[in-house]
Design a protein around this ligand. Structure first.
Ligand SMILES: *[C@@H]1O[C@H](CO)[C@@H](O)[C@H](O)[C@H]1NC(C)=O
Ligand SMILES: *[C@@H]1O[C@H](CO)[C@@H](O)[C@H](O)[C@H]1NC(C)=O
Ligand SMILES: *[C@@H]1O[C@H](CO)[C@@H](O)[C@H](O)[C@H]1NC(C)=O
Ligand SMILES: *[C@@H]1O[C@H](CO)[C@@H](O)[C@H](O)[C@H]1NC(C)=O
Ligand SMILES: *[C@@H]1O[C@H](CO)[C@@H](O)[C@H](O)[C@H]1NC(C)=O
Length: 393
C-alpha cells in the first residue's frame, strides 16, 4: 500500500442533532444470472433525492448562517455536520481572481485545511455501496479529498484531485466503493492537508450513494460484471463520466468484480454521453500505462481459455492510433484501434493456458491520449464486453 492509505481518523463524538438520516437500500443482490443491470434507485419509501443524492447532497439548500462565504455553526448546513473551515461557494469567478467550476447546480462546499463534512446514512450491513461525488481542486498545491466510512472494514482513502482529467469542463466526478458493516454509517469527506491559506482545499459538489449488487461469473462467462453494467451512479446531466480512482480492490471496487490498478484513474462512461460498444456502460482507459483494469478468475491448471473483448473509442474527440494491451496468464495481445473520435469498436480475442487455479486478466492502454479540441483533457480507448470461456480440448 503506497501513500494514499492513511491512519484511521479518530471519530470524535458529535453532539446529537436533529439531522435526518438517509436510508439507502436496493433490491437484494442479483442471483447468479448473466449481467443484470444494476438497480438504479432506492425504493420510493427512502427519503432519497433525485439520482440517489444524499440529503442536500448537491448543497443547493443554503446554510442557516454564514460570515461572507464561511459557514458558521456545525449544524448550520441542512443534512450535514461540519467541522473546521468550510465555505459555501457559488459557481463562477471568485474574489481574488479564482474561478470555480461547480458542475451540479450552483453551490458547492470548499473544504479548508483539516475540515470535514459528514452525513449519516442508513445502509444494509454486508452490502456494497458506491459513492459518486464531484470534486475539484481550488489551489495550486496538491489536494486530496479523504473519504471515511465509519464503522467500516475499509480504511479511509484519499482521492487525489491534483490531476484534472476533464480540463474541458473544469471539474471531475469520482466514485468510491465500500462495504457496509453496520446499519447506521457515517460518511465523511475531509481535507487531510493544511495550507497557509486555511480556506485552501477541494470543492465538493453533488454526493450520491448507490447500493450495488454482487456480480457472479456464469457458465458462459467466467468474468464478473463483464459489460461494466454494474457500477456507480452517473449523474444524468453529467457529460464527463465518473472517474474510478486507482488502488481499488475487487471486493470493494465501485466497479464490482474489477480491480483498478496502478497510479491513475479509469473513466466509467455512459451510453447517454459517450459511444459505448454494448449496453449502457463501458470503461475508457484514460491514463495510458499508468492505469490498468484487472480481474482474477478461477481457472483449471493446463486448461485452455478464450478471452474476447471489445475495443473502441468513446466518440469524445479522442483521435489517433490507440493500442490496448491485454494480458491473461503468460499471454499478451496488443489490439490496435484507429480512432477518428467518432465512436465505433472492434472485437479481439486471445487464447491462454492456465498455469494455476487463479489467473489474472489485465487491460491497459499503451499510449496516452488527449482530446483534439484542447490537447489537455485525458482520454483513451474504450473497453467493453470482456468474456472468458474454457476451450474444448
Ligand atoms: C452520526 O453518527 C455518529 C456515529 O455513529 C454519531 O456520533 C453522530 O451523532 C451522528 N450524527 C448525526 C448528525 O446524527
Ligand atoms: C466574520 O469573520 C471575520 C474574519 O474572520 C471576523 O473578524 C468577524 O468577526 C466575523 N464576523 C462575525 C459576525 O462573526
Ligand atoms: C439537468 O439539467 C437541466 C437543464 O439544465 C435542469 O433543469 C435539471 O434540474 C438538471 N438535473 C439535475 C439532476 O441536475
Ligand atoms: C473466442 O471468442 C470469440 C468471441 O466469442 C470468438 O469470435 C472466437 O472465435 C473465439 N476463439 C476461439 C479460439 O474459440
Ligand atoms: C505459458 O504457460 C503455459 C502453461 O503454464 C506453458 O505451457 C507455456 O509454455 C507458457 N508459455 C510461455 C511463452 O511462457
Amino acid at each position: 500500500m503506497e501513500l494514499p492509505w492513511v491512519v484511521v481518523m479518530l471519530l470524535l463524538s458529535v453532539s446529537a442533532s436533529a439531522a435526518a438520516t438517509l436510508a439507502v437500500t436496493a433490491p437484494p443482490p442479483a442471483s447468479p444470472a448473466p449481467a443484470p443491470a444494476a438497480p438504479a434507485h432506492a425504493p420510493p419509501q427512502a427519503p432519497l433525492g433525485a439520482e440517489g443524492l444524499l440529503i442536500n447532497g448537491n448543497f443547493e439548500t443554503a446554510p442557516r448562517k454564514t460570515n461572507k462565504t464561511l459557514i458558521v455553526g456545525r449544524h448550520s448546513l441542512p443534512g450535514w455536520t461540519l467541522r473546521g473551515h468550510v465555505e459555501y461557494v457559488s459557481a463562477g469567478p471568485q474574489p481574488g481572481g479564482m474561478f470555480f467550476a461547480v458542475p451540479h447546480g450552483v453551490h458547492a462546499l470548499r473544504l479548508g485545511g483539516r475540515s470535514s463534512a459528514s452525513q449519516n446514512v442508513s445502509v444494509r450491513p454486508g452490502s456494497l455501496y458506491a459513492l459518486t461525488f464531484a470534486a475539484t481542486r481550488t489551489c495550486a498545491q496538491d489536494e486530496a479529498l479523504r473519504i471515511s466510512v465509519s464503522p467500516s472494514l475499509s480504511a479511509p482513502a484519499d482521492v487525489a484531485v491534483r490531476t484534472l482529467y476533464s480540463a474541458d469542463t473544469g471539474a471531475d466526478t469520482w466514485a468510491w466503493g465500500f462495504r457496509a458493516s453496520a446499519q447506521l454509517t457515517q460518511l465523511s469527506f475531509s481535507n487531510p492537508g493544511v495550507q497557509e491559506d486555511p480556506a485552501c482545499g477541494p470543492l465538493l459538489d453533488a454526493v450520491a450513494i448507490k447500493e450495488l449488487p454482487t456480480p457472479y461469473p456464469t457458465k458462459e462467462n467466467l468474468i464478473k460484471n463483464e459489460g461494466f453494467e454494474i457500477g456507480p451512479q452517473v449523474f444524468k446531466n453529467s457529460t464527463v463520466g465518473v472517474l474510478l480512482p486507482p488502488k481499488q480492490k475487487d471486493a470493494t471496487s465501485p466497479l464490482p468484480g474489477w480491480i483498478i490498478e496502478s497510479l491513475k484513474a479509469v473513466r466509467y462512461i455512459d451510453a447517454a454521453h459517450f459511444s459505448v460498444p454494448s449496453g449502457n456502460y463501458a470503461v475508457e482507459l484514460v491514463a495510458g500505462r499508468e492505469s490498468a483494469i484487472a480481474q482474477v478468475i478461477r481457472t483449471v491448471p493446463n486448461r485452455a481459455y478464450n478471452v474476447s473483448f471489445a475495443v473502441g473509442d468513446a466518440k469524445n474527440g479522442c483521435h489517433g492510433s490507440m493500442l490496448v494491451e491485454a494480458f491473461a496468464g503468460n499471454v499478451t495481445l496488443k489490439v490496435p484501434f484507429e480512432s477518428a473520435g467518432k465512436g465505433g469498436f472492434k472485437t479481439a480475442s486471445l487464447r491462454f493456458v492456465a498455469g494455476g487455479v487463479r489467473t489474472r486478466v489485465t487491460f491497459y492502454s499503451s499510449y496516452y491520449h488527449t482530446k483534439a479540441t484542447d490537447g489537455v483533457s485525458l482520454c483513451g480507448p474504450v473497453l467493453d464486453q470482456v468474456k472468458i470461456q474454457p476451450l474444448k480440448v
